[in-house]
Write a protein of this length. Sequence first.
Length: 282
Amino acid sequence: MNKILKKWFKKEANNLNDIEFKNWKEYVREKDIILDSLWVLPEREKTGVHTREYWGNFIPQIPHQAMVRFTKEKEWVLDTFVGSGTTLIKCKQLGRNGIGVELVPSIVTWASKLVDQQENPYNVFTKIITGDSRSEDTKKEVVKILKQHGKDKVQLLIMHPPYHNIIKFSNDPRDLSNASSIDEFLKMFREVVDNYADLLEKKRFLVLVIGDTYSKGEWIPLGFLTMQQILNTKQFILKSIVVKNIVGNRGKFNQEELWNYRALKGGFYIFRHEYVMFLQKL
Ligand SMILES: C[S@@+](CC[C@H](N)C(=O)[O-])C[C@H]1O[C@@H](n2cnc3c(N)ncnc32)[C@H](O)[C@@H]1O
């Protein structure tokens, strides 16, 4: 068995992460790597300065899994909807350089302070840029930072857009949560992908984190529609769709009862999952 593994390992040069053949099992154990497509996580990781204060932020386990599988130490990560900075806090914890883009200036100020408070044992660079991720000017800022560090590509792209209008993040019309329709949302999202796709190194991963939505009594498969926008660029192939449970945010007992009743009466199921989609750049 070991011989077969060794042969595979040699054949498939490992340029994606720091895993070495002789200690791959320890690596998987030490880094808590999940290898199947159903992520049932009991609770939100509470290490470092991670906080649940920002409504709509993702759990730190998501950028953790993406970074340990798909980047090496000191490589570069770009998050185009960085919100409260979860990705950048994780970058500092794992020793990756990170750039985040966020539209809302007050969030940038708050998140930048939070990220600054995180210890930086690997001495990596992190920065949040204020801007619209669809705009050429914002991209120029990202390129400028990379250039200052002698780089022109990133090795991981993370996108956690609003789930259309489920949470409104601002009143800014450039905010994807203010898109007037699903079609408009998908168009705006595609603009973000088109803006940054060429900054991702070939064979590296784009990680899309997204949930579905409900409108006028109909389940809208927003996750798949958004994923399709990436595939439509013809620059990526789909490698995995992970279904992840939503960790304990259902609110008070009364609300839980109300939702259960509405679901029963309305003929639908209550959202308990979202998607983490892994796409590889061609
Ligand atoms: C789902 S949240 C991301 C949360 C983030 N993963 C975290 O852990 O905090 C989406 C974020 O995208 C931002 N946003 C919306 N439209 C944007 C745009 N056009 N450019 C950049 N950021 C945008 C929102 O303000 C919001 O903070």
